[in-house]
Design a protein around this ligand. Structure first.
Ligand code: 8IG
Length: 277
């Protein structure tokens, strides 16, 4: 028996997802007044205030008006797409994302990435807020993602797509980040499904298998981006030490407060990187 996920065959579903991404790209071209865009930044929880530092806003549209985008489910996610000018070129900012824990499936999670690919994007910058496992990373630390562990149990790929994953997060893009912002640490990011934060035992498991960051996004999007041939940069804002590493409990409002306090610095790094692409 073929596993069809309870609906259309996988190949049919994938064709429909690609068609939705093309429709979204066409709608964005009209709404933002662009033809193709080379760079896209997806801004995660709390990264919204960094957007203004990246460049001057040329146009913006609510993501609810774009085919396939779901309304923002999380406080701190704006649900807006912006075209900004950075140095000599234009950058698409996607403010907010769909998470796997919302339950709409992995195709919804990577729709923004596939839309970016359909718009001609060749460099994708994925940002997120994450729990830090390295105790030296106090809340507010930004960390470059060097590699990931996809612990969600799902993938955006279907069929025999044997994608090479030896360098998902571009070494040249990381080198550029180190040039514009010295002393950025790097770490391995583990994506878990959520929405519960980890137990202390799960954090010990993540550490034991080589993760230094835990979060609920990014890895699935990076896989879809690599499938589409894009170069990927990933940056985490550590907003909390992962569960069990301090005596504290985890609270989403603390996450947003840390992000607000760090937004200017994060925006400067993003702006300098985008201007040099
Ligand atoms: I912000 O500690 C943020 N997102 N899984 N664990 C997971 N996701 C997170 C965490 C965390 N902090």
């Amino acid at each position: 028996m073929t596993d069809t996920g309870g609906s259309a065959a996988p190949a049919t579903e994938r064709a429909a997802a690609d068609e939705r991404a093309r429709e979204a790209a066409d709608t964005l071209r009209a709404a933002l007044g662009v033809s193709d865009v080379g760079t896209c930044v997806i801004l995660g929880s709390g990264w919204g205030p960094a957007a203004d530092q990246i460049g001057e806003t040329k146009a913006s549209v609510r993501s609810a008006e774009i085919p396939g985008y779901r309304p923002a489910a999380v406080p701190g996610h704006a649900g807006e797409l912006r075209l900004v000018r950075s140095g000599p070129h234009e950058v698409l900012l996607q403010m907010g994302r769909t998470h796997l824990y919302e339950g709409h499936g992995v195709a919804s999670v990577v729709h923004g990435v596939r839309t970016a690919a359909a718009l001609g994007v060749t460099t994708l910058i994925l940002t997120n807020a994450a729990g830090g496992i390295n105790p030296a990373w106090w809340p507010g630390t930004t960390v470059l993602i060097s590699d990931h562990i996809n612990a969600t149990g799902v993938t955006p790929l279907t069929g025999p797509t044997f994608l090479d994953m030896t360098e998902v997060y571009s070494a040249p893009l990381r080198a550029l980040c180190h040039e514009v912002t010295p002393d950025l640490p790097e770490g391995v990011y583990m994506q878990l499904r959520g929405p519960a934060y980890e137990t202390p035992a799960e954090v010990r498991m993540a550490a034991a298998v080589g993760a230094q960051l835990v979060g609920m996004s990014t890895a699935l999007e990076a896989i879809a981006a690599r499938e589409a041939g894009m170069s990927v940069l990933g940056i985490s804002l550590v907003t909390n030490l992962a569960a069990g590493l301090t005596g504290e409990r985890l609270d989403h409002t603390d996450v947003l407060a840390v992000a607000r306090a760090s937004a200017e610095r994060m925006g400067q790094t993003l702006g300098r990187v985008c201007a040099r692409l």
